[in-house]
Design a protein around this ligand. Structure first.
Ligand SMILES: N[C@@H](CCC(=O)N[C@@H](CS)C(=O)NCC(=O)O)C(=O)O
Length: 304
C-alpha cells in the first residue's frame, strides 16, 4: 500500500487547499506535488476525472489509491507516512484534531470573502462592506486559535499536528502584504506568530514561500498594486537599491557642488570674495576681515 517517495499530490502551489497535503507529503517523505493546472483546464481531463470525479485539487494518487478532499488526504498521509501528527491509537487526541480541522471551516468561510478577493479567486459581492468582512474573518481566525491552540504553539502543542497542516496555508496567505494593500486586511499578531512558528518548525513549509514563482507568497506578491513593493527582504534587491541610492546621492552632491562653484564664480566675478564649501571647508580660505562678501553671500554660495 505505502509507497514512500512515490505519492503524488495534485494541486497548484497557490492553492491553500492543496498546500497542506503537499507539505505533509514532502515533510514525511511520502512524495510531493504534481501540477494540475486549473487555468489550463487540466482538472476536467478524463485522466484527472479518473482520479477525482469532483475535478478538484488537491487529489492524491498512491499506487491504486485515488482520492480527493484535503482533509481525507491529510488523514491518509498521516496514517500511512506520519503517524505522529495524527496518532491513530489515541482516540481522544484524534478527536481533538478532527474538531480543530472541521471547525476551521468557519475560518474558511471568511477566507473566501477576503483573501480570495485579494488573490483574484473571488470577486466582492455588490455593495459589500469589505471592512466588516475583514473584521469577521480576523475574529474567526483569532477565535479558532484561542479555542484550538490557546497558550500552546500549535494545535499539537510544541509540535504541529494534522490540524496545523490544514490551517497554516490559509493563514499564511492571509498575512501576505497584498491583503492590506488590496482590501485593507491585517491579521492579528497571534496569527502571524502561529504561522511563523510553523514555518520555522516544518522545513517543507518553504513550499509556501518558493515554488518557481507560483508559491502562495509569490502569487500574492504579484497582486500588489503597481508601485507598492512587498516588504519581504530580498538581499539582491536590497544591495541594488543601496547602490542606486549611493549613485543618486553622488550625482546630487556633484550637481550641488557645481551649482555652488558656479554661484561662487558669479560672486567673485562681481568683485566679492568667497571660498570654501561645506565639504572642503578651510578656515584659511575665508577672509573674515577682508573682502566685501556678506554673510548672506556666503550662505548663498554654500547652498543654504
Ligand atoms: N473541499 C475541497 C475544496 C477544494 C477546492 O475548492 N479546490 C479548488 C481549488 S482551491 C478546485 O479544485 N476548483 C476547481 C473546481 O472545483 O472545478 C477540499 O478541501 O479539498
Amino acid at each position: 500500500m505505502a509507497n514512500p517517495g512515490e505519492v503524488k499530490v495534485y494541486g497548484m502551489p497557490a492553492s491553500a487547499n492543496a498546500a497542506g497535503p503537499t507539505i505533509l507529503a514532502m515533510e514525511s517523505g511520502a512524495g510531493g506535488p504534481e501540477m494540475c493546472n486549473l487555468m489550463a483546464g487540466e482538472h476536467m481531463k478524463p485522466e484527472f476525472l479518473a482520479i477525482n470525479p469532483y475535478h478538484q485539487i488537491p487529489s492524491l494518487v498512491d499506487g491504486d489509491l485515488k482520492i480527493g478532499e484535503s482533509s481525507a488526504i491529510l488523514r491518509y498521509l498521516a496514517r500511512a507516512y506520519s503517524p505522529k501528527v495524527y496518532p491513530a491509537d489515541d482516540l481522544k487526541e484524534c478527536a481533538r484534531i478532527d474538531f480543530a480541522m472541521d471547525a476551521f471551516s468557519n475560518v474558511y468561510k471568511g477566507h473566501m470573502k477576503t483573501v480570495y478577493i485579494t488573490l483574484g479567486f473571488a470577486s466582492a459581492a455588490e455593495g459589500v462592506d469589505q471592512a466588516a468582512e475583514n473584521k469577521a474573518y480576523i475574529e474567526q481566525a483569532d477565535m479558532w486559535l484561542t479555542n484550538h491552540v490557546g497558550s500552546k504553539t500549535f494545535v499539537g502543542g510544541d509540535m504541529p499536528n494534522l490540524a496545523d497542516y490544514k490551517a497554516v496555508p490559509f493563514l499564511f496567505s492571509a498575512i501576505q502584504p497584498a491583503n492590506k494593500a488590496v482590501i485593507g486586511l491585517e491579521m492579528s499578531a497571534k496569527v502571524v506568530a502561529y504561522v511563523e512558528a510553523f514555518c520555522t518548525k516544518v522545513g517543507a513549509a518553504a513550499f509556501l514561500s518558493s515554488a518557481g514563482g507560483y508559491s502562495l507568497k509569490e502569487y500574492a506578491a504579484s497582486k500588489m498594486p503597481a508601485g507598492e513593493a512587498a516588504p519581504a527582504f530580498d538581499e539582491a534587491a536590497d544591495l541594488k537599491k543601496k547602490q542606486e541610492d549611493a549613485a543618486r546621492k553622488a550625482e546630487e552632491a556633484a550637481a550641488a557642488e557645481e551649482a555652488r562653484n558656479k554661484k561662487a564664480q558669479e560672486l567673485e566675478a562681481s568683485g566679492k570674495k568667497v571660498s570654501g564649501g561645506m565639504h572642503k571647508f578651510d578656515s584659511s580660505e575665508v577672509d573674515i576681515h577682508g573682502g566685501d562678501s556678506t554673510a548672506d553671500d556666503l550662505m548663498d554660495a554654500f547652498g543654504f
